[in-house]
Design a protein around this ligand. Structure first.
Ligand code: AMP
Ligand code: MG
Length: 331
């Protein structure tokens, strides 16, 4: 099957085309365009306008890049949620129009589950991982148990990416600030004590964000503040991931989400995995960030297992939780 997927939960609009080789995913194209606000955070309506003005070209480009004729596309899939309403609606509208014009089935998928499945689909030997999903708005530790992807731990306030971006915004770094904080952190040497908030397998970041802002205002070096933010938040994320691995007795760990591009986070989780004789997996960067290929791939898995969606039921759901999906395509 050849599937086209449209991702549009937040700042990115992406179109990807994949084909299955048995139950493994072959990515034929995966094009992403990111909305970057000039000042402040993401304005949902402006992000949606950005997506609307780019989507038609992205669909065309991704078919060209994949060297796929539209007549040969078997399925259209889109990100049903969770995400920002106006952005989700734009992506879903494009998917409906495409499905109707090609006369091909449509399927709406859960964005967080897509992050996990693209890891299993593209990485050799990644079969039953605990996933640390670290993106802008979402931060979750997810693993399969009894027919669902269960959330074993998650942020109680803001996502780790939002935490990094907000710190960056407060001190005048450009959006997205994660990569800039990573650059600064590499130069940092002095560790500044920051609040380390874990409850069971849940985590919180806003207290740390306030404390980091205060250190910077008091004149601590930016590189040291960035270094301390990374060391503290990433250690906490690694700890809740390890706890979920111990609890579920799984011996694979998978990273996903934009923050998973960070070398220090990868390194910490990899070290933890090595210490417990577990396998470490991280998809390539373009499959870690929000992208259409992962949406296409989850669409395939669902369709292939017999799940169908009528176009009149192809709603979006801003609060579509990871554990609301019946995962019938694996055991
Ligand atoms: P996503 O929502 O999954 O597309 O991820 C976007 C988030 O990833 C933003 O908050 C970025 O600041 C963050 N990000 C991207 N690259 C890095 C990096 N190298 N280190 C830390 N955060 C990053
Ligand atoms: Mg994401």
């Amino acid at each position: 099957m050849i599937c086209i997927g449209i991702e549009g939960t937040a700042h990115s609009i992406g179109v990807g085309i994949v084909e299955n080789i048995n139950l493994k995913c072959n990515v034929l194209s995966n094009i992403i365009k990111i909305y970057r606000p000039k000042t402040g955070g993401i304005h949902p309506r402006e992000a949606a306008n950005h997506h609307a003005s780019n989507i038609a070209n992205l669909i065309r480009e991704s078919a060209e890049k994949a060297q796929v004729e539209f007549a040969n596309v078997d399925l259209v899939s889109f990100s049903k949620g969770p995400g920002l309403g106006p952005c989700l609606r734009t992506a879903a509208t494009a998917a409906r129009a495409l499905s109707l014009s090609l006369n091909k089935p449509i399927i709406g998928v859960n964005h967080c589950v897509a992050h996990l499945e693209i890891g299993r689909g593209t990485l050799e030997d990644c079969k039953d991982p605990v996933m640390l999903y670290t993106s802008g708005a979402n931060t979750q530790v997810i693993a399969f148990a009894e027919g669902k992807y269960r959330v074993f731990g998650e942020t109680l306030d803001i996502g780790i990416g939002n935490c990094l971006d907000k710190f960056g915004r407060n001190i005048g770094l450009e959006f997205p600030s994660g990569p800039k904080i990573e650059e600064q952190a590499m130069k940092g040497k002095k560790y500044l004590e920051l609040p380390y908030s874990i409850k069971g397998m849940d985590i919180a970041f806003s207290g740390l964000l306030t404390a980091a802002d205060q250190y910077y205002k008091k004149g601590e070096k930016l590189e040291d503040v960035c270094y301390s933010i990374q060391e503290t938040t990433f250690a906490a994320l690694t700890e809740i991931t390890e706890r979920a691995m111990a609890h579920t007795e799984k011996n694979e760990v998978l990273l996903g989400g934009g923050v998973a591009s960070n070398k220090r986070l990868r390194n910490m989780v990899q070290t933890m995995a090595r210490d417990r004789d577990a396998h470490f997996f991280a998809p390539s960067k373009d499959l870690c960030i929000d992208n259409g290929a992962m949406i296409a791939w989850l669409g395939f898995l669902m369709y292939n297992s017999g799940i169908r969606m009528r176009i009149e039921d192809s709603f979006i759901d801003q609060r579509f939780r990871t554990d609301m999906v019946d995962v019938i395509w694996r055991d």
